[in-house]
Design a protein around this ligand. Sequence first.
Ligand SMILES: Nc1ncnc2c1ncn2[C@@H]1O[C@H](COP(=O)(O)OP(=O)(O)O)[C@@H](O)[C@H]1O
Ligand SMILES: [Mg+2]
Length: 358
Amino acid sequence: MKRNGKPGVKSVKIELPGNLTHIEDFIEVINEQSGLKLGTDIKFYSSGGNKLRDENLFLLKDNEIVYLEPYGNAFDVNNILEEFTVIEPLGKGGFGSVHKAQNKENGMLVAIKYIDITEYSISFNLILVFRASRVDEIYKETQALQKLTHPNIVKLYHTFPLKNSMVLIMEYVSGGELAAYVQTRIKDGYGLTEAETKEIFTQLVDAVSYCHNRFVIHRDLKPENLLLADLEKLTIKLIDFGIAGSNYGKSKDPTTAGSLYVSAPEALQAQRANAEPAIDIWAMGIILYFMLYGVFPFRGSTEKEVIGNILKKEVEFSEGRKRISKSCRNLILGLLKKNPKERMKMDDIYANEWFKLK
Ligand SMILES: Nc1ncnc2c1ncn2[C@@H]1O[C@H](COP(=O)(O)OP(=O)(O)O)[C@@H](O)[C@H]1O
Ligand SMILES: [Mg+2]
């Protein structure tokens, strides 16, 4: 047990009997063991910031930190950050930073991401008017992400606004970005084999289909946003969901121009990138091609040229040196149909010949 918002105050260890169902009994146990004289009007928060009540007492886990609040104050999110020691930076993009950190109590590794929300506000003139609703919008989206539980999607443990940032505390993934992994494999050949590609692509399809079924569109699928959890088994985890249109802003940022190569034609033509499932499907086609060839199908020496190629150029499989089966080529062509209406749907992928073949 710790004090809410008072990191310096000593914590107390309490042994709870297993069958507690009332806050009043909970307080009695604490008073007995700590020598404190807490009244029944005292508040407690779980480590995630939920107020403890009779109904959720049973959810407390072994060794969970409980925060004590004597003055009726709201849960202080600094409690959560206090639980971790920052180890090193993992990445820095246009919208904030990601750090590797470790839980002080149990040693568990996490990644903490700060998304700068003032950036979003500044892109509008009405900073003060917009700000509250903007934070709210971003917060709602991150809360939706917290509900996603899938073996190939990075688990989001906590999310909360803090000063000018939205903080995301998530599972740490150790194997690096798929982009980097493919690069290392290019050195000793031409990207991944079809079998390895299928291994990874299957997980990508499962994860994205899980999201689409829950009306979540990733919006920023690309080889940098797929992390390898296990390099032997080639297990991947999806990170960095486009939040509240952030993917649109990102592609304008030169430091994250990587998003351009995966942009769907319709996203380049529209004023704002629409969050349609079809833009994720297109990006999956690009990633499939990238794994096999180690390069993107639509390239160019200028941004304009890349965009021109995405809009007009047909996919080429003449990277010469490498032979790709006809069925795999057909799948890529179906995913990279310029017209989103003609593009394959998730069901078509599951029914696809190459995809189904083990
Ligand atoms: N959960 C994580 N585990 C390990 N590394 C991560 C994690 N999340 C992000 N990273 C690293 O930080 C980089 C940037 O994170 P990301 O969420 O993609 O932010 P950005 O919006 O800057 O692209 C990632 O490409 C990856 O290398
Ligand atoms: Mg990213």
